[in-house]
Design a protein around this ligand. Structure first.
Ligand code: IDP
Ligand code: MG
Length: 158
């Protein structure tokens, strides 16, 4: 069976952005080989926060979660790769940093469940839904040439 790449939505949450961990966390994903096909820093609007976390509406931690995600900039990303949805969740570790495996992002950079540094979609449906909350389709870079193709294009060769 042919392997097909998936896409997922990842956000570096405000606690990590403010501590200067953006490049360190992005590196974990790039080192795995996932392609970044969308990337931006933004302040999450109340509408985006409510859509993103609609499944948690009514839970005891909901109001604090919305305040946290809107409290400072996030770095939003779309990553592409084989089994990227599951793979990102593995690299992030368990929701509670105290339960997360050492070596995962949440274990290594966070202390509290409430401020756990990173978000990653939990399914293909969530990924599509979350990508559309933060990105317009034209903001995603889906076509590129590899360097071999570029080097062997001889038209403008001087
Ligand atoms: P996930 O981010 O690992 O998918 P979810 O259960 O979907 O975890 O929760 C979304 C986010 O809500 C978590 O990443 C965390 O920031 C926050 N959260 C989840 N459970 C709790 C809790 O019991 N107390 C405080 N915050 C929580
Ligand atoms: Mg979740």
């Amino acid at each position: 069976m042919a392997h097909t790449e998936e896409r997922t939505f990842v956000a570096i949450k405000p606690d990590a952005v403010i501590r200067g961990l953006t490049s360190t966390i992005i590196k974990r994903f790039e080192d795995k080989g996932y392609k970044i096909i969308g990337l931006k820093m933004l302040m999450v609007s109340p509408e985006q926060a409510a859509k993103h976390y609609e499944e948690h509406y009514g839970k005891p931690f909901y109001d604090r979660l919305i305040r946290y995600i809107s409290s400072g900039p996030i770095v939003a990303m779309v990553l592409q790769g084989y089994n990227v949805i599951k793979g990102v969740r593995q690299l992030m570790g368990a929701t509670d940093p105290a339960e997360a495996q050492v070596g995962t992002i949440r274990a290594d950079f966070a202390q509290l469940k409430e401020y756990n540094s990173v978000h990653g979609s939990d399914s293909a449906e969530s990924a599509e839904r979350e990508i559309s909350i933060y990105f317009n389709p034209e903001e995603l870079c889906t076509e590129w040439k590899n360097m071999t193709e570029l080097v062997t294009e001889k038209e403008d060769f001087i």
